[in-house]
Design a protein around this ligand. Structure first.
Ligand code: ZN
Ligand code: ZN
Length: 435
């Protein structure tokens, strides 16, 4: 029997009673074959690998992160709260030193859920990584966190939530947004004015295989992590880069995913997408579990895998190298001037339009960030959607300065006198939410 290098907790929640629709790729049996495979391989008989049940996230856990309109309850099912609870369980396992690493093998996924939630986007309603990270911050005093998102789709929700946060490094490796949902994640997206270079996007061309991914990991992700020095590294592990995935166009393999995890050495792994239920998920998840535990994964091979079919040509590799160079420079010397910055008094303003493709909702936002020179600043968002109109969201972020905390309360008092249909004020300093 092999000896694990790292004790690993696997939190399993397949959500067998939750699906978007019976034929939708995000459906009940997504994790069925994975569990069979892990059991068949005797993974849980290996001393040091333990299966756990998830916790259930509370409304407070969600409201620490999101502004949900009209409220949390009308945007989530029990499955969403258990999936998020699975990530919280993962976080607790490593913080309480019960395990060295933890893998939340849960669904529904979360990385397309943004700061404001009016409904479902890209199969996601609430952002399960962000809920885990903010839980870590409030309960264990963790400050610097890195998310490395290896889902095939750009994690536009995670990017949105951490856009203004200099303490969260968000790196996404994904299929180029010109060729895949959600159509974002370009190299020029590098974070808000107070967090420039803390969002890094590495859009790879369709048909990128192991060689291209691992190049990006070695030449961009690892050197950036070494410089940023996060206390916790989270891998948003989407498995839809696999060559058999039905809704994407990449050529990543199970061994590639395992090698990626070995090199990245994350503390916490959270399952995101991956829709090749039989052809990819069982092998990829097995590979990741073995890599995380520090065990040999070289025998994990898809029955039809032929690496010769996925050899990358020099021209595509050269293109990937150029993308990687830009991404690397975006972190180490982010462009400082921003001519597109619009100001309204002391506030930096952005207009956003968001489409909820899962719920068919359109949202319009005006986002205000208080331009503070002491901290990252108060966030204020006026938002209306085809579902709920005329809402306002205010956030006093963690570690914000005293002046900003006062400004946030002033804005909250002002908002109460106006005719908003819903007000939400997240005061992270005093750990409360006011409505
Ligand atoms: Zn995906
Ligand atoms: Zn401030």
């Amino acid at each position: 029997m092999q000896q694990v290098k790292n004790r690993l907790g696997v939190i399993f929640f397949p959500a067998f009673d939750w699906a978007i629709s019976p034929t939708h790729p995000e459906r009940e049996e997504r994790l069925l074959y994975t569990m069979d495979q892990l059991k068949e391989e005797g993974i849980f008989d290996i001393p040091g690998i333990t299966e756990y049940k998830p916790d259930v996230a509370t409304i407070d856990d969600v409201e620490r992160v999101h502004f949900c309109f009209p409220d949390v309850k009308s945007n989530v099912t029990d499955s969403h709260l258990i999936s998020a609870g699975g990530t919280i369980k993962a976080a607790r396992l490593i913080m309480e030193k019960d395990e060295d690493k933890a893998f939340a093998l849960v669904r529904p996924p979360g990385h397309h859920a943004m700061k404001v939630v009016h409904g479902g986007r890209g199969f996601c309603n609430i952002n399960i990584e962000a809920i885990m990270i903010e839980y870590l911050r409030d309960n264990y005093g963790i400050k610097k966190v890195a998310i490395v998102d290896t889902d095939c789709h750009h994690g536009d929700g995670s990017q949105d939530i951490y856009w203004h946060d200099p303490d969260t490094l968000y790196i996404s490796i994904h299929q180029d947004g010109r060729t895949l949902y959600p159509g974002s994640g370009f190299t020029h997206e590098i974070g808000g004015p107070k967090a420039k270079g803390k969002t890094i996007n590495i859009p790879l061309p369709p048909n990128t295989s192991d060689e291209g991914f691992l190049y990006a990991l070695e030449h961009v992700v690892l050197p950036i992590l070494e410089d940023f020095k996060p206390e916790i590294v989270v891998n948003s592990a989407g498995q839809d880069n696999h060559y058999t995935d039905p809704i994407t166009n990449m050529n990543f393999s199970a061994t590639g995913y395992a090698t990626l995890n070995k090199m990245l050495d994350p503390d916490l792994v959270v399952l995101e997408g991956g829709y090749s239920i039989q052809g990819a998920l069982p092998y990829v998840n097995l590979g990741i579990v073995l890599a995380l535990a520090g065990l040999d994964y070289s025998y994990v091979k898809e029955p039809d895998y032929d690496p010769a079919k996925f050899k990358m040509d020099t021209k595509t590799m050269d293109y990937i190298k150029r993308i990687c160079e830009t991404a690397y420079n975006n972190y180490f010397s982010p462009p400082q001037s921003d001519i597109t910055l619009e100001k309204d008094g002391d506030w930096i303003v952005r207009d956003k339009e968001i489409f909820y493709d899962t719920s068919y909702i359109v949202e319009k936002q005006k986002e205000y960030l208080y331009d503070c020179n002491q901290c990252r600043g108060v966030l204020k968002i006026e938002t209306s959607s085809t579902r709920v109109t005329n809402c306002i969201a205010i956030e006093a972020p963690l570690n914000c300065c005293e002046r900003c905390l006062n400004i946030a309360y002033m804005e909250y008092e002002k908002a109460k006198k106006r005719a908003y249909s819903h007000i939400q004020f997240i005061d992270r300093v005093n750990k409360k939410v006011l409505k």
